[in-house]
Design a protein around this ligand. Structure first.
Ligand code: 13P
Ligand code: 13P
Ligand code: MG
Ligand code: MG
Length: 367
């Protein structure tokens, strides 16, 4: 048992209400009952259960380190139990993200998204956990870059001695299954060569130059695990704030610009990411537009004090309004790019089946 605290955010879509738009409250209470038992048994210090759209989000704190079998098993069992509730209610896509039949030591590669970090809790430990629906892992690349490497976003990079040295980004190549570290600001141009290709190169974590963990995200790509489209990744990202890290306001600031992400209807369209309060995290228009919520917590000896609903602030109204304007404009493109994803990003949808069916009807052009 460690003196350090581990934050484990593990999420899955185990059934939508109605369609893919939201979460039925019975799933939330089922998850709370299970995690309550895990806390009473001493496995967890604390937990918080919530949802973003149709994704069930388990926020857990404990003393067991990352990749702990008991914690991962508990999360898997919660998703299985909630799938049973979803099946009973005939919710849409019950068990959607559970791609394996049985738990085998770790939920990685089994469908759920995972963001975990272990650290020494500071005297005061403000945390923000971002959770998204109708988008892909990779959606955090741009906001993480702004938070930790862009002086126009984060004032502390320029004026705080604690941040002036910059940060280190861990980028995962989710197709070739390899990783690389980039130091910023020295290597921002090299970093951006990769981080701009969000479908393949995903920001997994950010560290201080001394190696202290600052942020971690879920990088699981469901389609790459399943080999076909089953639903979007709907990733999460946890960020430590203040002191040696960007301030809470710096961490939220990137979301004043609703950047365009892959996801939305049938996971096959680009759309703007709308920052919303929890009560508005129910994407319905064209199954979107994609949403992001931000829950703030203070840690107190591993206990989660909160959450505060950080996007419940009229300062984000203009971002929401702009999201709707961009959404209208993109929607008018219907099935045309750049609203619909390009062909290579659609390789795990039904598109290859249509191509296969029509194969024999293509004729060569005269040279
Ligand atoms: P249908 O199941 O109605 O084809 O919708 C597909 C979908 O919502 C993808 O998850
Ligand atoms: P989810 O990934 O949120 O289940 O959405 C699936 C979908 O196809 C929405 O149109
Ligand atoms: Mg769904
Ligand atoms: Mg979802």
């Amino acid at each position: 048992m460690s003196s350090k605290v581990t934050l484990s955010v593990i999420k899955a879509d185990v059934g939508g209400y109605v369609g893919h738009s939201a979460m039925h409250e019975d799933l939330l209470s089922e998850a709370e009952t299970h995690l309550g038992s895990a806390r009473d048994e001493g496995l967890l210090v604390d937990f918080h259960v919530t949802a973003c759209g149709d994704d069930l989000e388990l926020v857990m704190t404990h003393r067991n380190g990352i990749d702990h079998e008991g914690v991962h098993r508990t999360a898997w069992q919660v998703f299985e139990a909630c799938t049973e509730v979803a099946k009973h209610l005939r919710l849409y896509g019950a068990g959607q993200d559970l791609l394996a039949d049985a738990f085998s030591g770790n939920v990685r590669g089994m469908g759920p998204g995972i963001a975990e970090m272990e650290f020494e809790e500071r005297e005061s430990e403000p945390l923000i956990i971002f959770m998204a629906d109708k988008t892909s892992a990779g959606a955090w690349n741009l906001p993480l870059y702004k938070m930790f490497a862009d002086p126009f976003n984060t004032a502390g990079l320029v004026i705080s001695p604690a941040l002036h040295a910059g940060f280190r980004f861990e980028i995962h190549d989710v197709k070739a299954r390899r990783r690389i570290l980039f130091d910023t600001p020295e290597e921002i141009y090299d970093l951006l060569v990769f981080a701009g290709t969000t479908g393949q190169f995903v920001a997994k974590a950010v560290y201080s130059k001394k190696g202290t963990i600052a942020a971690v995200s879920s990088t699981e790509r469901l389609a790459l695990i399943a080999g076909k489209y089953v639903g979007k990744d709907d990733p999460v990202c946890a960020v430590r704030c203040q002191g040696d890290f960007p301030a809470v306001g710096d961490v939220l600031e990137p979301f004043t610009m609703p950047h365009i992400v892959a996801g939305w209807m049938r996971g096959s369209h680009y759309g703007p990411l709308m920052p919303v309060k929890l009560s508005e995290a129910h994407p319905s228009r064209f199954d979107g537009p994609p949403r992001v919520i931000a829950l703030g917590f203070q840690l107190a000896e591993g206990h989660l004090v909160g959450p505060r609903d950080m996007f419940d602030d009229p300062a984000f109204d203009e971002a929401r309004r702009l999201t709707n304007i961009i959404a209208d404009h993109l929607r008018h493109h219907g099935p045309f790019e750049p609203h619909r994803l390009p062909m290579d990003e659609m390789e795990y949808t039904t598109m290859p089946e249509v191509m296969e069916k029509l194969k024999a009807r293509w004729e060569g052009l005269p040279s």
